[in-house]
Design a protein around this ligand. Structure first.
Ligand code: SD4
Length: 328
């Protein structure tokens, strides 16, 4: 009898807990970890392949994830043919190339710059903010001033190709980002090194022909990038406004903390973003969002709103480009 009473009491407590919890119980079932694979590096879009190669040079020698992600994304920042990151990135509507970037390491050290002009490698300035200042974020003129004080060279980032395109754009001056074209160039990279430590970097010139001063998700810790060394890491690409609205990368990591796999966490975050569109009666057609994520077991995942997003994963088995699944 007393056993029965105890059982009823326990069942009552359990159902009360479940009633308080807005999530369905089955969504919490933790994924069985496969063997931990490390090092691992993954990054957004086609250029993730070459960025991963660069990062792998560090990771395969036992180097630190933070060094790997910085070196990896710098390759893309330096390439004038990559049109929405660093040098050669498309300008804002005033013809100014303004860059956003951030880094985060395994100890939750963070550094970020936003609306930085005339410096080719904003990711390295972000790292300098993290390592050499008492702050976590510098913007605009202050970020430039700081970069120059640290020995970064001031240079013109508007290439003749970008300038020509911008002048053409001025004829209509219509701000209409094209899914997977204008907004496909942010590189977000997350890595786990041989010691099992996670770090990430994210860098972009943002949405082409944005208003001067506009800042997207990429330099915002929690939006464009988040790392929790106990759980995992995530980074985002696409329309930054939507990612900021949902604290996207933080959300992905928190969903992994709740037991979701990186894949499930990315899917849920994209669904949240989609829900905002529905609630606000906005058309999702011209918007792209993509997340990539990794957990502490080195398992990876990715998901996007619309077809067309891909990402590169480098493990001991090689460097592969994968088409992410999409909600729509
Ligand atoms: C931004 N998220 O500035 C960036 C743009 C981007 O792929 O990711 N493009 O909103």
């Amino acid at each position: 009898m007393s056993n029965r009473r105890n059982f009823i009491k326990k069942a009552g407590v359990l159902s009360a807990v479940l009633a308080l919890n807005p999530w369905k119980a089955e969504e919490f079932i933790p994924q069985k970890p496969k063997k931990i694979q490390k090092p691992v590096v993954l990054s957004t879009w086609n250029f993730g392949l070459k960025a991963n190669e660069e990062a792998w040079k560090i990771l395969s020698k036992g180097g630190k994830a933070l060094d790997a992600v910085e070196i990896g994304v710098r390759l893309v920042e330096n390439d004038p043919d990559e049109r929405s990151v660093g040098y050669g990135g498309r300008p804002d509507r005033d013809g100014r190339v303004t860059l956003d970037a951030c880094v985060m390491d395994e100890k939750a050290n963070i550094g970020s710059v936003a609306c930085l002009e005339n410096i080719k490698n904003p990711v390295s300035v972000a790292r300098a903010v993290m390592e050499k200042t008492p702050h976590v974020m510098l913007v605009g003129d202050g970020a430039l001033q700081f970069a120059v004080s640290q020995g970064f060279k001031k240079e013109n980032l508007l290439t003749p190709t970008s300038e020509k395109e911008w002048k053409q754009w001025l004829k209509t001056s219509e701000y209409k980002p094209v899914v997977n074209i204008e907004n496909h160039d942010t590189i977000g990279m997350i890595a786990m090194d041989e010691s099992g430590n996670l770090s990430g970097a994210c860098t972009t010139s943002g949405m082409a022909y944005k208003l001067h001063g506009r800042v997207g998700d990429s330099p915002i810790i929690g939006a464009g990038l988040f790392v929790d060394n106990e759980i995992g890491a995530a980074t985002a690409t696409g329309h930054g406004e939507e990612v900021i609205r949902t604290c996207g990368s933080f959300l992905v990591v928190e969903l992994m903390r709740q037991g979701k796999s990186p894949q499930q966490a990315c899917e849920e975050a994209v669904r949240r973003i989609y829900k905002n569109f529905v609630n606000q009666n906005r058309n999702v057609k011209d918007t792209q969002i993509g997340f990539i994520a990794m957990n502490k077991n080195g398992e990876t995942g990715a998901f996007c709103l619309q077809k067309g997003f891909n990402y590169a994963v480098y493990t001991s088995e090689g460097n592969v480009l994968i088409d992410a699944e999409s909600l729509i």
